[in-house]
Ligand binder design. Sequence first.
Ligand SMILES: Nc1ncnc2c1ncn2[C@@H]1O[C@H](COP(=O)(O)OP(=O)(O)OP(=O)(O)O)[C@@H](O)[C@H]1O
Length: 338
Amino acid sequence: MTDPLLHIQRLRTSFKIKDDYYAAVDDVSLEVNKNEIVAIVGESGCGKSALAASITGLHNKERTKMDGRISFKNKDIANASINQLNQLRGSEIGMIFQDPLTALNPLMIIGEQIEETLMLHQKMSRQERKKRTVELLKEVGIPRAEQIYYQYPHQLSGGMRQRVVIAIAIANNPSLLIADEPTTALDVTIQSQILDLIRKLKDEMHAGIILITHDLGVVAEMADRVAVMYAGQIVEIAPVIELFDNPKHPYTRSLLQSVPSAFDKQERLYVIQGVVPPLPNLPREGCRFKSRIPWIPEEVHEKEPKMHEVGPGHFVRCTCYEDFHFIGEDGGMNHGAS
Ligand SMILES: Nc1ncnc2c1ncn2[C@@H]1O[C@H](COP(=O)(O)OP(=O)(O)OP(=O)(O)O)[C@@H](O)[C@H]1O
């Protein structure tokens, strides 16, 4: 078995709020291999973007503390200097964000923005750079690439802008791509084109891809493996089919139950109420999901929840999954159906 491309071990990333630090990512371990799409799912505020920013070093170092290990191609990058991170970003690690407008410079033509990233990381003549830029625009499916080269971001549609961001992300053939909600701001038909493009990057460049999303449809369509995050922790991780067929953690089960089935209109929805609490109020002792499933007896939770292997590559946090049931679900446990 070859070493993973990215290996995160027991990562904890804390942000300073007033005078104290609070962990937004806590005890996260994750591997991403070459040629693999790992989706990270979870509701707003669970720490998905904080995890991505920990990998790329894109956070305010003055107000952030990081513990644990992040190794990329067997090199520790958790303690890399700003210069080393700048070198990695845009070359070995490409990034695609939710809002392409904020990722692009409004005052620069598209061509220059792509050329800039080539210039930073590759030795090329001016002509070679321009030629490569037009090629990249074509590769990401931009029609009339020669003309688009001279346009400004505001002259393009949202979908076209996201293609430009992807062109910048792949300009230097990165081995790792981090896509943070890359299709959330786009309408549905454009969404699927952008997803096709991301899948092509895996197939053709054999990149490892971290795909952050809250959309389970996107996960089902794209991911090889899925990590489910809740309150800063991974609570379940599994190959995609296994996760959808055999979800274990109460949070994963509730996420999947909250997606209405198109086929079974009679299906009962068991929805778990509540939201991830704000960072300073996150429960940090015991099972973090406990307060959202108060009908489950205290003693079935672990005091210090660990990841348990329940199948090949399938891990779940805390033992509460063994006794979990939804309110009103089978077993005569009628605690007042939702
Ligand atoms: N720089 C920061 N300083 C303080 N708190 C932060 C900072 N960045 C994120 N947080 C907090 O950390 C928690 C995790 O935020 P994060 O953005 O990673 O969540 P997310 O899962 O990506 O959510 P979303 O889907 O809404 O983007 C939230 O409570 C958020 O308010």
